[in-house]
Design a protein around this ligand. Structure first.
Ligand SMILES: NC(=O)c1ccc[n+]([C@@H]2O[C@H](COP(=O)([O-])OP(=O)(O)OC[C@H]3O[C@@H](n4cnc5c(N)ncnc54)[C@H](OP(=O)(O)O)[C@@H]3O)[C@@H](O)[C@H]2O)c1
Length: 247
């Protein structure tokens, strides 16, 4: 058991987190699930263990409790080989425009917490001289749009933080993967009308994350490659025109 590699999923009860955990468990990894809803994480752990025979542990994590982060890491049974952060909160853009509490929740859940916690793991990995970090960000962070710029700005901050971390970790041979899933059919997007060609299933995201982190060489992945083209095109639209579009 000792030479088994370990992955820690932060936000493990998300649809993407569950699919990613299953990928790693199927590949023979030990899995640690961290979530604010410990009961749901336990049910998920039992399911993954039954289906794969993997060893699956559960740990409580609220991404808003930044002052608990050091203790959270210290209390893990081992320093994981790979840490993936899947935590996120889409929220309500219209509400965030006037309700500062809601806006703050989106900024903290999508940027502050995920960035600071991955940053702390990076420090431990640098001391150990090994480890892979994965951050699930979003194409929403590639360019601010009127319909979701609070969430998008938080993801943009997260993407920039991960880019800086990668730049700092690379000389030590440590990997930092940024994942931009595009649309994914999950609890977060339930009820939305999504274009099928641009929409991935959670299992597809889980497979893409495992392939990128454990076999690939890419630093930033768009789960469906068409998204790279879409976002490059959106990025090229001049601001004078962009501000007139209803996106
Ligand atoms: N679905 C998409 O189209 C899409 C597109 C681009 C990026 N993403 C990103 O992909 C990631 C996973 O999202 P998803 O689509 O799988 O949606 P999801 O099922 O709603 O996942 C969001 C996860 O974040 C967790 N979370 C929120 N606040 C937290 C907190 N304070 N402490 C701990 N955990 C917290 C939720 O925990 P609970 O289970 O307890 O609610 C849930 O597990 C997110 O970062 C999201 O922004 C999704």
């Amino acid at each position: 058991m000792q030479d088994r590699k370990t992955i820690l999923l932060l936000g493990a009860t998300s649809d993407i987190g569950r699919a990613t955990a299953l990928q790693y468990a199927q590949a023979g990894w030990q899995v640690l699930l961290a979530a604010r809803n410990v009961e749901a994480a336990r049910r998920e752990a039992d399911d993954i263990a039954t289906r794969t025979g993997a060893e699956v542990g559960v740990h409580r994590l609220d991404i808003l409790e930044t002052d608990r982060f050091e203790a959270f890491i210290d209390e893990l049974p081992t320093l994981p080989d790979t840490v993936a952060c899947v935590v996120g909160e889409l929220g309500d853009q219209a509400r965030a425009q006037t309700d500062l509490g809601h806006a703050t929740l989106l900024l903290r859940s999508n940027f502050e917490g995920p960035a600071l916690l991955l940053g702390l793991f990076a420090e431990r990995f640098l001391v150990r001289r090994s480890g892979t970090l994965i951050g699930v960000s979003s194409v929403a962070g590639d360019r601010g749009r009127g319909s979701n710029y609070v969430y998008g700005a938080a993801k943009a901050g997260f993407t920039a933080f991960l880019s800086g971390l990668r730049n700092r970790l690379a000389p030590a041979g440590l990997k930092m993967i940024t994942v931009k899933p595009g649309f994914v059919r999950t609890r977060m997007t339930a009820g939305m009308k999504l274009p099928p060609l641009l929409t991935a299933e959670p299992e597809e995201v889980g497979r893409a994350i495992f392939a990128a982190a454990e076999k690939g060489r890419a630093d930033v992945i768009y789960v469906r490659p068409v998204w790279r083209m879409v976002m490059t095109t959106i990025g090229l639209i001049p601001e004078t025109l962009f501000k007139r579009l209803r996106l």
